[in-house]
Design a protein around this ligand. Structure first.
Ligand SMILES: NC(=O)c1ccc[n+]([C@@H]2O[C@H](COP(=O)([O-])OP(=O)(O)OC[C@H]3O[C@@H](n4cnc5c(N)ncnc54)[C@H](OP(=O)(O)O)[C@@H]3O)[C@@H](O)[C@H]2O)c1
Length: 324
């Protein structure tokens, strides 16, 4: 019997040469005992990205991840949308991070929402009845917003630096979850004192270490948030950005009085059994961005190969190593 030919997977994006996705998917191939490669396609423009999508259509490639700025293009280029989250009231299409072929159709999916849901679950965070603030209504913000509401959050307040995307996203969400989504003016802390969970989905701090110059820039962008009140009641902060041991936004939150919840961060992340007596975690979730990345990657890999893969073992491949 001829062995299956090596899988050809890859990532389409811009400025993505240092992406962690090749490490994650190489690990997924090893864990699944499959051979293959994962190539970075750093594309200058839409034409270059479309040319890579065409390789998927022609069978030269077997599966693609897509990231900024081509996620919306991936959705437009596809013949079908794979519904990856279950929203009883309707289908919420999002800029796509995954493309694959199914019965001659180019199918677009987003695994970011499910990745967020799994990362929250592994951090023992239950969103039922919670008030959530989402910072950022770009590709990632749109993908996770629907997941937050499908996980039972009571209210989602959406703040985006430029107001139009936040208003548009809230309007779309409210057609499926009436009155649950509220646009929040960037720079206005009104209504945010009692927030339970903060999801940071802007590019603030992206790929940067928490050095003083970076921190003062991030502080200038986020000092309108009610840090003093939050230092008292410790909402949970989950930063989608990943940058080493601590992201600039996490470091700012630490400076402003949020604590790191060590139950979540004893290295590597302690995927503890959920204990009914355990109170909700609060404060900063370290490595949240990496955990979400690993979970969304595992879901993309399963769409391409039909094989489930252990996201936690994939995650271990990208976490900083710690002395025992
Ligand atoms: N962990 C994961 O698995 C995962 C998955 C997806 C994305 N991410 C991360 O999430 C972040 C956002 O990704 P994306 O795909 O949503 O990017 P995107 O579509 O390019 O959107 C960028 C977002 O960041 C905001 N922004 C940029 N600079 C800002 C500033 N100085 N102050 C305030 N807001 C600013 C933008 O606001 P405007 O609309 O006003 O420009 C927009 O909301 C990236 O760092 C990405 O790596 C992580």
């Amino acid at each position: 019997m001829t062995p299956p030919r090596p899988l050809r997977l890859g990532l389409v994006g811009q400025g993505v040469r240092h992406s962690l996705s090749p490490i994650l998917h190489t690990r997924a191939l090893e864990l699944s005992v499959l051979t293959g490669s994962y190539t970075i396609f750093d594309c200058a423009d839409d034409t270059a990205a479309r040319a890579v999508f065409a390789q998927l259509r022609s069978g030269e490639l077997d599966g693609l991840n897509v990231t900024t700025p081509f996620k919306a293009l991936a959705l437009q280029s596809a013949d079908a949308w794979q519904r990856t989250a279950h929203h009883k009231a309707g289908v919420f299409t999002q800029p796509a991070n995954t493309l694959f072929m199914l019965e001659n159709n180019l199918v677009a999916a987003s695994t970011d929402g499910a990745g967020l849901g799994a990362a929250l679950l592994s951090a023992q965070v239950d969103l039922v009845g919670k008030r959530v603030l989402l910072l950022g209504a770009g590709g990632a913000g749109q993908a996770v917003a629907a997941e937050v509401l499908s996980l039972g959050a009571a209210q989602l307040r959406i703040a985006n630096r430029s107001p139009t995307p936040a208003v548009a996203l809230a309007e779309r969400l409210n057609t499926i979850w009436p009155k649950h989504a509220v646009p929040q003016t960037w720079g206005d802390p009104q209504g945010l004192l009692g927030i339970d969970v903060v999801l940071q989905a802007t590019r603030l701090g992206h790929g940067q270490p928490p050095l003083p110059a970076v921190l003062s820039q991030v502080a200038a962008d986020l000092d309108w948030l009610p840090w003093t009140a939050w230092a008292k009641h410790q909402p949970l902060l989950a930063d989608l950005v990943y940058a080493g041991d601590m992201t600039p936004v996490q470091a700012l939150a630490l400076q402003r009085g949020l604590r790191v919840d060590n139950r979540l961060t004893v290295p590597p992340i302690d995927f503890a059994q959920i204990h009914p007596a355990l109170p909700d975690p609060s404060g900063i979730v370290k490595y949240f961005g990496q955990a979400m990345l690993a979970h969304q990657a595992a879901r993309s890999f399963a769409l391409w190969t039909g094989r489930p893969v252990d996201a936690v073992r994939m995650l271990a491949a990208i976490l900083p190593s710690h002395e025992a």
